[in-house]
Write a protein that binds this ligand. Sequence first.
Ligand SMILES: *[C@@H]1O[C@H](CO)[C@@H](O)[C@H](O)[C@H]1NC(C)=O
Ligand SMILES: *[C@@H]1O[C@H](CO)[C@@H](O)[C@H](O)[C@H]1NC(C)=O
Ligand SMILES: *[C@@H]1O[C@H](CO)[C@@H](O)[C@H](O)[C@H]1NC(C)=O
Ligand SMILES: *[C@@H]1O[C@H](CO)[C@@H](O)[C@H](O)[C@H]1NC(C)=O
Ligand SMILES: *[C@@H]1O[C@H](CO)[C@@H](O)[C@H](O)[C@H]1NC(C)=O
Ligand SMILES: *[C@@H]1O[C@H](CO)[C@@H](O)[C@H](O)[C@H]1NC(C)=O
Length: 557
Amino acid sequence: MKIFLCVVIYSLFISQPRVQASTPDSPTYVAAVVEYSPVTASDGDTAADVVTKNLANYVLHIQRAAEKGADIIVFPECGLVTFAGHGSFSTHLPNPEDRVNPCTDDSSGVEEVVRTLSCEARNRSIYVVVNIPEMVPCPSDTNCSSSDVLLYNSNVVFDRDGTVVARYRKFNLFGEPGFSATLEPELSVFDTDFGVKFGTFTCFDIMFEKPAVSLVRALGVTDVVFPTAWFSQLPFHSAVQVQSSWASSMDVNFLASGYNNPRGGSSGSGIYAGKEGPIVAVMPTVPSTQLLLAVVPKKSFQRTKHVSSNVSNVCELITATPYRNAFPERLDGNDSGITMLSDYLEPYETLLLTENEFFSKHTVCHNELCCDFELVMHRSQQIMNSSYKDNVYRLAVFDGIRSYTYVTAGVQICAVISCINDSLSSCVKDLKLSKQEMLNTVFDYVHISGNFRQSNSIHLPITLVRGYDVLSSDKFQFTREEMPERNEIKVDMKTSRQNSNLLTFAIFGRDFQKDGGLLTLPSRCHRTSAATVTVLITVAVILCLHTYFKFPFSFLH
Ligand SMILES: *[C@@H]1O[C@H](CO)[C@@H](O)[C@H](O)[C@H]1NC(C)=O
Ligand SMILES: *[C@@H]1O[C@H](CO)[C@@H](O)[C@H](O)[C@H]1NC(C)=O
Ligand SMILES: *[C@@H]1O[C@H](CO)[C@@H](O)[C@H](O)[C@H]1NC(C)=O
Ligand SMILES: *[C@@H]1O[C@H](CO)[C@@H](O)[C@H](O)[C@H]1NC(C)=O
Ligand SMILES: *[C@@H]1O[C@H](CO)[C@@H](O)[C@H](O)[C@H]1NC(C)=O
Ligand SMILES: *[C@@H]1O[C@H](CO)[C@@H](O)[C@H](O)[C@H]1NC(C)=O
């Protein structure tokens, strides 16, 4: 296992220029992702001016990454045009099947920004992944209504020659007025000269079966590039939490580049080695741009047990540092810089742990899902001079359909979550711990298990610790045992060592079969609607829906 942790935190990364690019025989490759705080429009700037300014920054990052030996670099969703300018600038993008090289082919018809990126990829001999609004003439069989073009939220990939080798049009749009989705989700993949086949999808796509899960399950993709402009939500969907748990659940290398605007709710990038956990991840609480680099062990080598002894040689050349909390920005700041959205827990079945329950065993059920919990906790020995903050914990179980603002989605959840106090709504609030503050409760052991529906589902090991960090893979175990005769899967998640500052520890199941169904309402709504008088039922349902829909819906992108 150690060799898989043979990794490098960006700040300690090789200072000398790298000798050569990775090859199909190398057991690793070098990846770069950019946590990017874009230049936004100032007075008089056109959308094209904004793109030009951000492009200049992209070029610098491509050059730096190439100097550090990166084989591939990933930029975030909306990074060139900014979030506010989403849709106000667009370009034609070549079909990857046509193998167009915009740098050398003057007839490619792309905007200058695309040509420049192609030339930079070529000049620096590095794969470049960029997200940009794509414009296509309105197909004759489609009603484009007011305009004669369609806009797609697209990722484009250039190879080391600057040739366009992949183009992906985002399927699961998060609202995004003016943009269209393709009729069918595209499964976009590209092969590299270092022997790794990548898939790509964008931001909100990660919550759905298609194309994200299909790339892995149907096409056997082992590595994913993921531009994102995420809106973090507590307690299950903060950016690094989701990136890390999806990569782990699918056991793919995951290169996530995040749009950085903490006050707006967006922050978080990382490079994740599947089940081996994060190699490097950041979630800055202040506006910042960071280039993250990591040596990524190839999944193909791990899976065929073909990990040669040469891996350790590679590692010796570079300063190897196992993943620790690689959150430099956070350590300088505090937890209050990121605007966190809140999940809606009213429909959940929950159980508040009382102060006396330092050894506890509970079974909590909601609809068809029963979760078993076993917890051993104690109060910290307050020996250091840090200040300790008291919080409480709730066990939370949900089996039903939740809202993702624009769509509904089936989920099954067994969770231990931290709350500020006894009120349920305080369980989705940021504790806003300062740099010196620690949580008073220490978990000696937590074990959660449940029988989840198997078909058409995935199960994410969701963790969160103070500072928007996640537990590294050596701190917990996550196992799944299929029980096909019952169409169930038994999922177990347990800590393998003592943990402090734990905020969320949960099995988050996505039940794709139920996507698009009717929302699961709080049980008090069900009780009311059980009243016998028809008029009362109608009034009650309307009231419940009203109460329900009042909660802030805005969420992720
Ligand atoms: C690559 O870029 C550098 C610096 O911008 C420039 O000096 C050099 O001529 C370029 N090389 C090619 C082959 O375009
Ligand atoms: C196209 O869209 C417009 C405006 O939404 C509508 O009035 C028109 O009937 C549509 N045409 C077709 C062929 O669907
Ligand atoms: C390991 O490296 C040595 C020299 O560096 C080379 O001769 C050998 O072929 C390599 N083995 C493998 C399996 O790549
Ligand atoms: C925490 O960070 C925010 C945003 O940078 C800042 O406004 C606030 O003053 C900081 N609070 C403390 C206690 O440092
Ligand atoms: C806490 O410890 C730090 C360094 O160990 C010291 O600088 C600081 O003064 C201490 N604070 C208190 C309140 O004792
Ligand atoms: C619980 O905490 C929330 C958020 O800090 C606060 O608004 C609320 O008043 C507290 N409720 C109780 C009962 O202490």
